[in-house]
Design a protein around this ligand. Sequence first.
Ligand code: MRU
Length: 347
Amino acid sequence: MELQTIEWRNNKIKLIDQTRLPDKLEYVYIDNLKSLWQAIKKMKVRGAPALGAAAAWGVYLGAKDIKAKNFSEFSRKLDKISAYIASCRPTARNLFWGIERMCSAAVRNKNKPIPDIKRILFKEAQDIIKEDKASCRRIGYYGARLIKNNDTILTICNAGALATIDYGTALGVIYRAGEEGKKPKVFSCETRPMLQGARLTAWELKHKGIDVTLICDSMAAALMRQNRIHKVITGADRISANGDAANKIGTYNLAVLARYHHIPFYIAAPGSTFDLGIKSGRDIPIEERDAAELTRLFFKNPVGPKGIKVFNPAFDVTPADFITAFITDRGVIRPPYAKNIPRVLGE
Ligand code: MRU
């Protein structure tokens, strides 16, 4: 069975509800902006490229019902919709990229009648879906060249089909290596506190027939010491111009461990995750989430004392120096990143 994380169906956004996995494969149908905002916030849809597509469909969802006499009125209303969607989660560059792409399409066509602009926005969101499918496959193609037969790869969070439209970035590399007969094996970090590695990556890889073993996050060092990991590959939420990369909290731990154990550490991401307007990782906004994610969410009984202080940043930043290479949809980028990222990705 092929999975598609997001699509437009019967005038609604159709999403796989990722909070129900691995128990149930269920879909939610979204027909208003408030429900979309909540679906993103609660991580029914999550993962940087999927957020980009969800945001783009959100812009269309709001735009299709705009009543406006002229473009400037339309544009004012579109900006309001965009700002509302953008207020949802701050870290993934793709969310803002999706919104910006939709707004630029409207501006480029401002001399056309409003109904035509709405049709153009529909097509733009559809193109984002199509392009994500192609871009993940290109990442897979470039990344699989780095994988040797029977390599064991460590990953964190979910950078797979569920985090994109249907193939994945880090997991796209593994799928492609599998398609090439290289028999990759995967250790998936469970990824506390929201357990994307346990609930999503382990489920997705198993579903697609890849040899996957679930570990808890604190087991990574021991496995590396036993020479059982050949490569670490993760996704990213935002990469600054100098190559610092924000990804799920715990990614930096893996990068430090990989450096110590002389294991290559790769980040797989499309061009839309790079933020060339941000010089270094220090400027990447890091989302802080609800304390309850740590103290109770997946447990019958609370696992922290009532009222305990909790610090719950959803992402950390891995300094560029720890990253062996970026596997992008335009090829593999190696250091020096300050020079090579703009060279490969600059417009
Ligand atoms: O909080 P999440 O689940 O949205 O975090 C997602 C990640 O950290 C992914 O690794 C990243 O978005 C890359 S997805 C291809």
